[in-house]
Write a protein that binds this ligand. Sequence first.
Ligand code: PGA
Length: 268
Amino acid sequence: MEIIIAKNQEEVSKIAASQIIKEINKKKCFVLGLATGDTPLDTYKELIKAYKNGKVDFKDVKTFNLDEYLNIGKNDVNSYNYYMHHNLFDHINIKSENIHLLSSDSKDFRNTAIKYDKLINENNGIDLQILGIGINGHIGFNEPDNKLLLDTHITDLAQKTLEQNSKFFPDIYKMPKQAITMGLGTIMRAKKILLLVTGERKAPVIAKCLRNNEINTDIPASTLLLHNNLTILLDEEAASIYLKEKKMKENENFNKKYPNYKREFNTA
Ligand code: PGA
């Protein structure tokens, strides 16, 4: 696992975009896993800029999105289908047949889910999966629970997720309460994972995720710690609690090893 701490959201987005471009340029038919939400928005802007400057070509790139609300029209401004077209696909030369989004209005979601995983496998898996993290530690819509599902599936949204996303739905009664999401097995089979974490509000959850070097189904993102090609890209705000705890642990270890040199380190 590699942890990169950048100055701010802008730097995170630049680093993320340059890593994505480097990977795309390495391989002819590249399979990119995409996330939605506020976090990757600036990364998508950087990718568009790079495409317009001729630094990356999406002609042979295939994409698979992580998740989608259930029963939301695909042209609804809150659908992830709309988000992806509006924030990325409409501005690059990706072929429409290479875009894979989870259907929000299928009559048979179970079948949709099975077919999605099958299609990912038929494309030899995801080369690079971009992820954000929810304030409750969810990845995609894999919400904290006593068990986590491996395959693409339907899920109820957690209370915290409903609260967080309610800002986008003026009529709370019309807000979807369920979603379809890649499972953690599907995500973990990606060859490389890039987890983006920005802003102070994410500091508690990423610190919790990294604190004890353990997997905890209360923090679905902790599953990612098992991945052998994981990069966590944080800005300074998101990293603040993690860094403070890391320094405190180093101090404790130093003081245990050299009790005669006991001294206080600055953990501010
Ligand atoms: P955000 O959402 O990027 O809007 O913070 C991330 C998530 O909930 O997975």
